[in-house]
Design a protein around this ligand. Structure first.
Ligand code: CP
Length: 322
């Protein structure tokens, strides 16, 4: 584990955080990202205290608007909000008036009428957080919108990389899997390249966007080549529901060509393994790899709580931490 001083630092001495929403990392400068990560380091330390709570958001009301399934992101946001003393409302589309035909705009405007300060939204359609920002005055936080962005996931991934490898600048990161459909990869590419990492993407040609190298990354279809090069290998979930689309011949063949195996951990002893979850064990990686001490998958989840506390704190407008 790296010392807190071995992290990326805000570079502009006159910097001040002025963002009001978190729709995507595309809207955040390199210093905005560094600043969130610095604040997250503070909250990560709070989580180690005997009473891991700070009542900073006790006068805030936050609604978690999840139109799509989630385990990690939903629980992490809710826990972060409760650790900070906010009033929390959880909305699930399956038990709401959405089922009676109420539109997204009417839903959010009705919710805001109950004096909501912040909205955390996950939706299967790209652009929904952006749309909500135009409909209401509350701060909007994107918890994943279709294949567009998942900014808090990328922030927690960068935080976790810093924790193990030090500053992001100059790190070599390979992201392996379904690059075409992944919002996690999009946010990571944006964030990592802003902070000066070298990023490679690796996967079958059928899962690679046409103009992906225009995002400032190198493309490879050869796992061995990528693992020999990288400091960190991040595997993405293969969306088995898309298998009907014939994007690769079989799960067995995908694992053979792109799955991380124990032999890779032995061959590349400095390589760190990450995965945003949920994992398909035996597909993206061997089960033993996921459970090994080289994989920081559960640390990513813990760090996600600190990162989300930092994001909530900063977007609440509060600046009164010690
Ligand atoms: N990584 C991630 O977004 O997981 P969930 O879908 O469980 O929230």
């Amino acid at each position: 584990m790296r010392d807190i001083n071995e992290r990326d630092k805000v570079s502009d001495p006159n910097y001040s955080f002025s963002q009001q929403h978190l729709i995507g990392l595309k809207d955040y400068s390199a210093d905005d990202i560094r600043f969130v990560l610095e604040q997250a380091a503070y909250f990560r330390e709070v989580l180690n205290r005997p009473v891991p709570k700070l009542p900073t958001l006790r006068d805030k009301t936050i609604v978690n608007l999840f139109y799509e399934n989630s385990t990690r992101t939903r629980i992490s946001f809710e826990l972060a909000q409760k650790r900070m003393g906010a009033d929390v409302i959880n909305f699930s589309s399956s038990s709401s008036s959405v089922k009676k035909g109420e539109s997204l705009k009417d839903t959010i405007r009705n919710i805001e009428s109950m004096k909501i300060d912040m909205v955390v939204v996950r939706h299967e359609s790209p652009g929904v957080p952006h749309f909500l920002r135009r409909c209401v005055d509350a701060a909007i936080i994107n918890a994943g919108d279709g294949a567009h962005e998942h900014p808090t996931q990328a922030l927690l991934d960068m935080f976790s990389m810093q924790q193990v490898k030090g500053p992001i600048k100059g790190q070599k990161i390979v992201i392996i899997g379904d690059i075409l459909h992944s919002r996690v990869v999009r946010s990571n590419i944006i964030g990592l390249t802003k902070l000066g990492a070298e990023v490679m993407v690796c996967g079958p040609k059928t899962m690679m966007p046409l103009f992906v190298n225009e995002l400032g990354v190198t493309v490879s279809h050869n796992l061995e080549e990528c693992l020999a090069w990288c400091d960190v290998a991040m595997a993405l979930r293969i969306q088995l529901e898309r298998q009907k689309g014939g994007l690769f011949p079989s799960i067995r063949e995908y694992h053979e060509k792109f799955g991380i195996k124990m032999k890779h951990l032995e061959k590349y002893p400095e390589m760190t393994i990450m995965h945003p979850g949920p994992i398909n064990r035996g597909v993206e990686m061997d089960s033993d790899v996921a459970d090994s001490d080289r994989a920081i998958i559960l640390n990513q989840v813990t760090n996600g709580l600190a990162v989300r506390m930092a994001v909530l704190y900063l977007l609440s407008g509060r600046r009164d931490l010690g």
